[in-house]
Design a binder for this molecule. Structure first.
Ligand code: MG
Length: 385
């Protein structure tokens, strides 16, 4: 029986993690959980998976919930999440948070000797270097939930990373993959939110449309699997059936395939090295799919992919700046303050303007994140005038 703490329980990955627990009540047990502002969801989770401790985003919600659940310990804010991550009585933290907010809970979980099943790629984009060090020092593991990284992780089983020639991360191209750059000028949030293959949260669906998500996944792969950026490639694959591949030094290419269903990578992260049953309405039927397509990514069409590689190779605090600016620009687009192409413009300018510093401690990351957010804010106010 694995005891889990689930942060981000009311989001897309969070609710699918609850599904996995529901399917295997004899294998997984929820020990504590955290939600944001969805208090209704808090009540539903507590009714189905009663725990003694939980956390919410706002203290005002925690005050009300403490009256409603007098026997529970109810925490709030960043402190609440970090305090859950530091508990002794659990096996894996499932980090299903969105954005840089996911970094500190991961950090505290590892440093209090826990493994983390990670859906929050921003943790590694921003703080890969520090997380990597902490994992080594504490002899802990990160188990990938991101579908591409789960695929690579699966293809690496029984093999050695030292024999890998390259990782091939597949990319669907997002909601606008059929549009030219000219046609991107007037696209709307509603159009961007309709991802063709995956059912995901709003922030990541926009990141998929700009390909910022794929750029972040390249950085995530670098930190998870310890390979240099020269050995990590992106390949366009509109059907999202091949979830990623590993090419070995003898040119043998291993791929992991399946219908897009996030419950599989979630479950594998929790069951590894074992595999459990997973009920699917329609398991992959390649005869019905018929054909799969692949092509090289066009970095002029998707400039943020190129920017991500450049930023990643320079390293230091620059990825934290890029991520901070992206969180602000992504939200501003969703709130209709800026156009789709403004996102790219803001990110390119933020990274160009930022001075690179080395990362010595968490404060360096917090400072770079704040700088990226502040600069994006400034650019957005400028474009509105
Ligand atoms: Mg992914």
């Amino acid at each position: 029986m694995k005891r889990l703490i689930l942060l981000g329980a009311s989001g897309s990955i969070g609710t699918q993690t609850l599904d996995v627990i529901r399917m295997h009540p004899d294998k997984f047990m929820l020990t504590a959980f955290g939600v944001g502002r969805n208090i209704d969801m808090f009540r539903r989770i507590q009714a189905e998976f009663p725990v003694s401790e939980a956390t919410v985003e706002r203290e005002e919600d925690a005050v009300l919930l403490r009256q409603e659940y007098p026997h529970m310990t109810i925490l709030s804010g960043e402190e609440g999440m970090c305090s859950l991550a530091e508990r002794r009585d659990y096996d894996i933290l499932v980090n299903a948070l969105v954005g840089f907010a996911g970094f500190l809970p991961t950090w505290h979980a590892i440093r209090s000797d826990h493994d983390v099943a990670l859906a929050n790629k921003e943790t590694l984009v921003v703080g890969g270097e520090l997380i990597d060090q902490a994992l080594r020092e504490h002899g802990r593991k990160l188990l990938p939930i991101d579908s591409e990284h789960s695929a690579i992780f699966q293809c690496l089983q029984g093999n050695q990373t030292s024999q890998v020639k390259r990782l091939i991360i597949t990319a669907s191209g997002g909601s606008f993959r059929r549009l030219s750059r000219d046609e991107l000028r007037d696209v709307t949030v509603e159009q961007a939110l309709a991802h063709p293959n995956w059912n995901m949260g709003a922030k990541i669906t926009i990141d998929s449309a700009t390909m910022m998500n794929k750029g972040f996944e390249v950085m995530e792969a670098h930190w998870l699997f310890g390979l240099p950026y020269e050995q990590i490639d992106v390949l366009m694959h509109p059907e999202s059936i091949v979830h990623s591949m590993v090419e070995y030094r003898d040119h043998s290419v291993m791929a992991q395939l399946g219908n897009p269903d996030m419950r599989l990578p979630i479950q594998y992260a929790l069951s590894w090295p074992d595999r459990f049953e997973l009920e699917q309405e329609k398991p992959l039927d390649l005869a019905a799919v018929g054909s799969l397509h692949f092509s090289a990514p066009d970095t002029r069409r998707y400039p943020l992919l190129g920017l991500a590689y450049e930023t990643a190779k320079k390293g230091g605090t620059l990825p934290a700046v890029l991520n901070g600016a992206n969180e602000v620009a992504n939200l501003a687009f969703r709130e209709k303050e800026i156009s789709f192409l403004d996102i790219e413009d803001i990110l390119v300018r933020a990274v160009f303007r930022a001075g690179k510093k080395e990362v010595h401690d968490v404060q360096d990351l917090l400072d770079a994140d704040a700088w990226g957010r502040g600069y994006a804010d400034y650019l957005i106010r400028g474009t509105k005038q």
